[in-house]
Design a protein around this ligand. Sequence first.
Ligand code: HEM
Length: 166
Amino acid sequence: MDATGLTAQEKITLFSAWGLIRKDLDVHGRNMLLLLFHKHPHYISYFDFTDDATAHSLVDNKSLYSQSIHIIKTFGSLIEYGLKDPALFNETLKKITRIHAERNVYAKDILTIGDVLLNYLAQVLGRQVSDSLPDAFRKLFVTIAGRFPVGPAPPKTEADEQGSVK
Ligand code: HEM
């Protein structure tokens, strides 16, 4: 297994799905970020979209649009170039991890965004999505998440305090 953690067949599955959305990547990238904010509104506060001072909503915010293009293109480069070249995949992942250092983005956040993206793909691609896409996609996100910090432990519950066994 190489740095991608994927089999040759899984790589083909991801590459083909990506081919279906890459033509309108800007639109899909923005939709994916908007869907993330719709499902998990607390992530909005991680970002700063105030560069666009004239926007009336997130939907017409050009700063959000611009940042979503960077994000989706970087993610896409993992698939388009990284799957063919694991050393390049590794370097791209290092850069992605570095961009997010100090921003409180943890492994669980990566898995969350992975779920949202997979949901989105299933919606827009419908029956064009192959049965093997969900597993391959989740594996890719597990690999990415593995490079991110685990994050702080959740606050202790009363049961933890009392040392009860579950
Ligand atoms: C595979 C997943 C991800 C990729 C490929 C990715 C990629 C990127 C890229 C390329 C940028 C720089 C954007 C720019 O320069 O305009 C960025 C910024 C950022 N990302 Fe991610 N990201 C991912 C996941 C996440 C997640 C899960 C979060 C947590 C909510 C997150 C939060 C942020 C924040 C807060 C910024 C900073 C925006 C700024 O103020 O410049 N990212 N990301």
